[in-house]
Design a binder for this molecule. Structure first.
Ligand code: TTP
Ligand code: MN
Ligand code: MN
Ligand code: MN
Length: 373
């Protein structure tokens, strides 16, 4: 019998962007279980269910201590019946049958393996599975047509499924900085994504590039890519040009969460630690075991949109989604990685820093290290 007075009751606000979520997660078993169900839903094209599980996991990540009894969860937001059932099973039986059977299922395993190929999404994987393709060997034997990204993804499958370390991210930062200042002195490079949130590993390395003088960033991406390519640093790249000004519905109100910056999705050829020289300007590595492939995302933003781009590319994905939901539902504003539009005043709100964006949104400032929702 638990004495009610001794049970720690938790309380958290309902939007993830109102909470401070560090990497110090006291409920890893529970959040891993809910994240796996979220991933399974997303891979099965059930985005609504996926978000519900992501939100539930994020609430548990924000708690100051481990959950030990269901009664502690009373009144917490975002915990639906399904998530509560999973949590209850784990607290009572150390595991959830639903999570375990999902993890073991042939379909989930095949979806994981196939979407683990860079360039392969859940729709392609699903089509292949229906054609009887469940693993890389069957894919190679099948004669299925692969696009350029998928070919590179398959070729570097093992490297790209191995976590990138902070040390590797730092080495890549040096290379990108060298490339950027070589083609445009004064341009600035910022590490974004999970590494900016303080993570020690990641699935890729994300960079945002800008120049303090508006307009100087135009045409920068092709030059950076050309420099990297000619120095032998790129195994693959696909650059998409900026389409922000071409959109009919005007800036600031894109219908999807995809932004329209000039961006480059790439695969770097990174020398292994022992092989990395002092000088980064030329990649001299030759033998296959002296380098590894690493996914790198480059984004170029004009300085006028930089704060929005930085906020949008720092993540986490759920934190971003919640910021946009907060803006729309609570403030009648539209937030994107380009701008913030106030629907009541019918005007754009300018911001030169992330702090100013949080202030416009009526939110307490949350630093990157506390956006790990
Ligand atoms: P990711 O690199 O996918 O995620 P991450 O860095 O948080 O985690 P990991 O360590 O696994 O790499 O995305 C980083 C941020 O970029 C994320 O908040 C969403 C944003 N983003 C966009 O704004 N548009 C896009 O098209 C993509 C792919 C990401
Ligand atoms: Mn703590
Ligand atoms: Mn990332
Ligand atoms: Mn990325």
């Amino acid at each position: 019998q638990i004495n009610e007075a001794e049970v720690v009751l938790f309380s958290v606000p309902s939007y993830a962007c109102q909470r401070r979520t560090t990497l110090d997660n006291h409920n890893v078993t529970l959040t891993d279980a809910l994240s796996l169900l979220a991933e399974n839903a997303e891979l099965s094209d059930e985005d609504g269910r996926g978000v519900a599980f992501r939100r539930a996991a994020a609430v548990l990540k924000a708690l100051p201590a481990p959950v030990t009894a269901m009664s502690q969860l009373t009144g917490l937001p975002c915990l639906g019946d399904h998530s509560l059932r999973v949590i209850k099973d784990i607290l009572e039986n150390e595991a959830s049958d639903e999570v375990e059977s999902t993890k073991q299922s042939d379909r989930f395993k095949a979806l994981k393996v196939l979407t683990g190929i860079f360039g392969v999404g859940s729709k392609t994987a699903d089509r292949w599975i229906r054609d009887g393709i469940h693993n890389l060997h069957q894919l190679q034997e099948s004669g299925a047509t692969l696009n350029r990204a998928q070919q590179a993804g398959l070729e570097h499958y093992n490297d790209l499924n191995q976590q990138v370390t902070k040390a590797e991210a730092d080495a890549i930062t040096e290379i990108v900085q060298e490339a950027v200042v070589s083609v445009l002195p004064g341009a600035q490079v910022v590490l974004t994504g999970g590494f900016r949130r303080g993570k020690q590993t990641g699935h890729d390395v994300d960079f945002l590039i800008t120049h303090p003088e508006e307009g100087r960033e135009v045409g920068l991406m092709p030059k950076v890519v050309f420099w990297l390519e000619s120095q032998g640093f790129l195994l693959y790249q696909k650059t998409t040009r900026n389409s922000y000004l071409e959109v009919k519905d005007g800036p600031g109100r894109p219908s999807s969460n995809m932004d329209r910056f000039e961006r480059c999705l790439s695969i770097f050829k990174l020398a292994k630690k022992e092989e990395r020289g002092i000088k980064v300007t030329v990649n001299t590595v030759k033998t296959r075991d002296s380098w590894r492939a690493v996914r790198v995302d480059l984004v170029v933003s004009p300085i006028s949109q930089f704060a929005f781009a930085l906020l949008g590319w720092t993540g986490s994905k759920l934190f971003e989604r919640e910021l946009r939901r907060w803006a729309g539902h609570e403030k009648a504003m539209s937030l994107s990685s380009h701008a913030l539009y106030d629907n009541k005043q019918s005007r754009y709100l300018r911001a030169a820093s992330e702090e100013e964006i949080f202030a416009h949104l009526g939110l307490e400032y949350i630093p990157p290290s506390e956006r790990n929702a």
